[in-house]
Design a protein around this ligand. Sequence first.
Ligand code: AMP
Length: 359
Amino acid sequence: MKTLSPGSTIGMLGGGQLGRMMAMAAAKLGFKTHIFCPEKNNPAEQVSDKATHADYDDEIALKSFAGSVDVVTYEFENIPVPTVEILSNKCLVFPSSKVLEVSQDRLSEKTFLNELGIETAPFRAVATKVEAIEALREISYPAVLKTRRFGYDGKGQAIVKSQNDVSDAWDTLNSDKVILEGFIDFDIEVSVLAVRGQNGEIKCFDPVENQHKNHILDVSIAPARISDKLKQLALDMATKIVSNLEYVGVLTVEFFVSSNDPMLRVNEIAPRVHNSGHWTIEACPSSQFEQHIRAICGLPLGETSFSGEARMTNLIGDDILQYEKLLRSSNACVHHYGKNEIRAGRKMGHVTRLYPKKS
Ligand code: AMP
C-alpha cells in the first residue's frame, strides 16, 4: 500500500464533469490534479493545476505525464486498455486495467458477474443476423440487441419485439460484436456506489433509485424506495464485485428491480464515480469523489452514512437556463460544469435537494 501526502499530484485521464468534481475533492484534501485528455478547455481542467492535451495513444505524452504525477486514475471507462498498461509500467494506476477488460465488453462483464453467482438478464453473444434469430428463439421476446462495446445512455442498442424487427435492429447497430439480452420488465433501476481502499477496506453508499428520460439519467432519489432485504442484497453484491476484482476506488453497480422477481439483476458495472452518486456531495460526510481520492491515495476511507432524503436532478441542455432561478431556491445545491456551449442531451450541471427523514 502506498500512502500519498497532501501536495502530491493526481493524474486524471479524461476532462469531463466527473473529473472536475474529483479534482475539486482532491483539492479539498490538499492534492493537486493534472488532467490528460485530447480536448482543450474541458470542465476538469478549469479547476485543476495542470493539463496535457494529447491523444490516449500518444506514448511519448503518456510517459511524460506518468513521470510528472504520483498516481493516475480515470473518469470514464472507455479508456483504451493499452493506455492504462503504458502508464502502469511507469507509475501507480487505480483502478487497474483488469477491471477495464471486464467492463468494456458486455459479454465479459455479464460472464464475470454470472460466474460470481450474480444474476443478469439472460444473454447470448451473436455475430450475425441468423445467430440473432436463433438466440431469440431461446431468450424469447421482447429482447434487446446491444453492441458489446462503447454503448452508453441507450446508444448502441435496439429493442426487438418480434422476429421481423431483427433485420432493422441489426442494421442500426452496424457491428458484428453484439449481445442479445432478454428484456427485463423492471419497476425500478437502482445503483450502489462501492469504494474499496488499497488495504481492502470496503464501504458502500445507500442504494439510490434512478429515473431516466430519453435514456439519460434524469433524477436520482436516495435512499432507493426498495425493501431493506433488497437493499442488503444490493450492498452484498456490490461488495462481492469490488472484493473479487481487488478493486481500488469507487465502482458503480446498476441493478434492475422487479416486483415479480425476488432476485436483483445487475445491468452493468462502471469502474468509476457515477452520475447517480452526485447527491453524496451534500448528503454524506465524504462524497463519492472524496472516497475515490482517499482510496487511490492510500488514505482511510470516509463515512458513507446518511439519514434523510436526497434528490438529484440533472440539468440537461436548456435546463441550465434555470440556473439563476435555481440559485434563488433555498434548498437547491446548484452545480454548473463550466461548459460554455449548450447542446441538446448534454449534461450541463445538476441540482441536489436534501430533505429531513420522513418519520
Ligand atoms: P445500458 O446502456 O445497458 O445501461 O442501458 C440503458 C438503459 O436501457 C437502462 O438503464 C435500462 O433502462 C434500459 N435497458 C437496458 N437493458 C435492458 C434490458 N435487458 N431490459 C430492460 N431494459 C433495459
